[in-house]
Design a protein around this ligand. Structure first.
Ligand SMILES: [Zn+2]
Length: 214
């Protein structure tokens, strides 16, 4: 398999998160193998980038890198707000809160990777102008992978903000092809769900944070 792009990542302030969690989210999202993902802490340098709207995020110093961070673990001047991920031309950052669904987290990585490659992955929502729902509809109607999916058809009949994961997967797949020239690759197979989405350490941390009102 010839990958087109390798994304290197690191987990910081993870509160028990490991690279294996991130790989499992990527599997659950079923991101086509056009992207390759490697855990590479030494290659993923970052600095704190602050803005009025989004607070202070770990912004990658190098292209094709991203950072995964727990929003509740505020260290090193970080204080993320008003978004669950941010993308820059250099790379991106995603937050992963306690108990979030692995598939949702994988789709978040896919979403921000598209942003970093100048593909506007926000343009599905009816509230966003301009949106590209019509070209997405044309894509779905001719796609063997997606045209028989009832949730996607129902979304296209009545677009809503916050579509479900099946719609997001099809949309990001469409954006990869339409905006970035990815070939029509198969979706990776559905992988079995991890036995527990929250580890014991995570449960303890959650309890601990709640106890002390954080
Ligand atoms: Zn976005």
């Amino acid at each position: 398999m010839a990958f087109n792009k390798t994304w290197k990542f690191n987990v910081i302030a993870g509160g028990g998160l490991t690279e294996n969690d991130v790989f499992s989210w990527i599997q659950q999202a079923r991101i086509p193998l056009w992207f390759d993902f490697q855990f590479s802490p030494e290659k993923c340098k970052w600095h704190v980038d602050c803005s009025e709207t989004y607070g202070c995020w770990p912004k990658p110093d190098y292209e094709w890198t991203f950072i995964v961070v727990r929003p509740t673990n505020i260290t090193n001047g970080l204080h993320m707000k008003n978004a669950s991920g941010l993308g820059w031309p250099e790379g991106f950052c995603v937050t992963a809160d306690f108990g979030e669904d692995p598939e949702t987290l994988g789709l978040r990585i896919w979403h921000e990777a598209l942003h970093s490659m100048s593909s506007n992955s926000d343009m599905l929502n009816p509230g966003v102008t301009p949106n590209d729902i019509e070209s997405f509809r044309n894509f779905v109607e001719t796609s063997d992978l997606f045209r028989n999916d009832a949730t996607i058809t129902s979304f296209l009949n009545k677009p809503i903000n916050h579509p479900n994961n099946a719609v997001l997967r099809a949309y990001y797949y469409f954006k990869m092809q339409h905006d970035l020239g990815c070939p029509a690759l198969p979706l990776p197979p559905v992988s079995p769900s991890p036995p527990a989405t929250i580890s014991l350490l995570e449960r303890f941390m959650k309890w601990f944070l709640r106890l002390f009102g954080k």
